[in-house]
Design a binder for this molecule. Structure first.
Ligand code: UDP
Length: 315
């Protein structure tokens, strides 16, 4: 199996590179390192089953030889990142998806799109099932990510229907674990960074908004099963254990035995009020469900961030 992973130097992409190399795939990682990091794949450099190409997939992609699978994971994914790079986010979701699909078509490869729970926007249905169409503000600041991913899904389904390509769409809910950037601006790394330094923990709004956090190894296992399945319709992969953001902050303070205090900051525009995946479809068709408890996942992630801080690798 020869597999291309766009965004392969990112948080999730690099774990996918590891997973596929370990299963005998020859992996070609393409990343422009906008939000990905060379450190995430440094351990794979020199491995004869791994190759890195520094390239922006919003521009035409060239890869020689045959390809069996293309996994399109390139995109800024933290709200802070996509607010900083709005045009790049729109381009990689649209042009990047088009180029990746075009490559898959010419190579007769299977294609898997990394989509997101953000396609549901600020949901009016709870928990979110795959047949829910979502509640997205197209012109708000988050629209650059949400609409790019919605477009990417539409494009993927069009290639599936029109060109009869073998395509998959995974809707990824909040995921965490080692190789997240400690300063990517998301709640979980922010809270860990702040707690480890005994700084104020910044809860946005009153903290009653909910999220459901999935440990990265569970996500990667689900994606691998989806890749090898016959499913073409979008599929939720996430951990349905839902908590409030305030509860997350308290759990991280307790885990780190931090002296940090919680402070409240304004809620970002269009911040989803609730989010929880309905994973009954993944359970049914992939026999998949998450295995790592939040306590275990938070501990593993904390150890990673402690290393990042002690080695001064903050970026
Ligand atoms: N959040 C917060 N404090 C922070 C960062 C984020 O309270 O320092 C909130 C944010 O407003 C949202 C939730 O935590 O309600 C999750 O945000 P995150 O950026 O992790 O991801 P999202 O699920 O919004 O994409």
């Amino acid at each position: 199996m020869r597999t291309v992973i766009t965004g392969g130097a990112g948080f999730i992409g690099s774990h996918l590179c590891d997973h596929l190399v370990a299963r005998g795939h020859e992996v070609i990682c393409i990343d422009n390192l906008l939000t990905g990091k060379a450190e995430n794949i440094a351990h794979l450099m020199g491995n004869s089953h791994f190759r890195f190409i520094k390239h922006n997939v919003s521009d035409y992609i060239y890869v020689d030889g045959h390809i069996d699978n293309i996994l399109h994971f390139a995109s800024p994914a933290s709200p802070v990142d996509y607010l900083e790079y709005p045009i790049q986010t729109l381009k990689v979701g649209s042009l990047g998806t088009l180029n990746s699909l075009g490559l898959a078509k010419v190579k007769k490869a299977r294609f898997l799109l990394a989509s997101t729970s953000e396609v549901y926007g600020d949901p009016q249905i709870h928990p979110q099932k795959e047949d829910y169409w979502g509640h997205v503000n197209p012109v708000g600041p988050r629209g650059v990510y949400d609409e790019a991913k919605r477009f990417a899904e539409a494009m993927t389904m069009a290639y599936h229907r029109y060109h009869r390509m073998d395509t998959k769409i995974v809707r990824i809910f909040n995921t965490y674990g080692p190789r997240m950037r400690i300063k990517d601006g998301r709640a979980l790394p922010n809270f860990m960074y702040q707690a480890l330094r005994n700084e104020d923990i910044t809860v946005y709004g009153n903290g009653s908004q909910t999220r459901s956090f999935c440990y990265v190894s569970d996500l990667v296992d689900g994606i691998y099963r989806l890749l090898n399945s016959d499913e073409h319709e979008p599929l939720n992969i996430g951990n349905p254990e839902e908590i409030t953001v305030l509860q997350l902050a308290k759990e991280i303070i307790a885990l780190t035995e931090s002296k940090s205090k919680i402070v409240y900051k304004p809620l970002p525009i269009d911040d989803p009020r609730i989010r929880q995946p309905d994973i009954s479809k993944a359970k049914r068709i992939l026999c998949w469900e998450p295995k790592i408890s939040r306590d275990e996942g938070l501990r593993k992630t904390l150890n990673y961030f402690k290393d990042v801080l002690s080695n001064n690798l903050i970026a």
